[in-house]
Design a protein. Structure first.
Length: 118
């Protein structure tokens, strides 16, 4: 599934792919307004993603990665301090872990996540 020039119907296809892999429906943003808002990472680049996922936890991230790997979709992460130079923009799936989710407060190791939650 190519995301080049993704239209609203293309974004809906991406939503279906993500939901089929268990990504919660309320975590996927694909309305034209939502995608326009996500198109900038504070740089001068405007890359409208095919879908914007607000990851609630590590399972959401794993589900997005599995769905995108299966469909050949690119994945870009947006986190606190990711970039002001365009590296956090994509025409693929944008995974946002900034919104105070446990994902944004944990390091990449399970041990650190366990310590954080304790």
């Amino acid at each position: 599934m190519s995301t080049a020039g993704t239209t609203t119907s293309g974004a809906r296809d991406v939503r279906r792919v993500l939901q089929a892999r268990g990504v919660p429906a309320d975590a996927v943003r694909d309305r034209p307004l939502d995608l326009a808002v996500a198109a900038s990472d504070a740089s001068h680049y405007l890359l409208e993603p095919a879908a914007h996922v607000l990851a609630g936890d590590e399972r959401d991230v794993a589900r997005v990665l599995a769905a995108c790997a299966a469909e050949g979709l690119s994945v870009t992460f947006r986190a606190g301090g990711t970039s002001l130079s365009g590296q956090a923009g994509t025409r693929g799936v944008l995974v946002d872990v900034r919104r105070g989710s446990p994902v944004s407060r944990c390091s990449t190791t399970a041990h650190a996540c366990a310590r954080h939650r304790a």
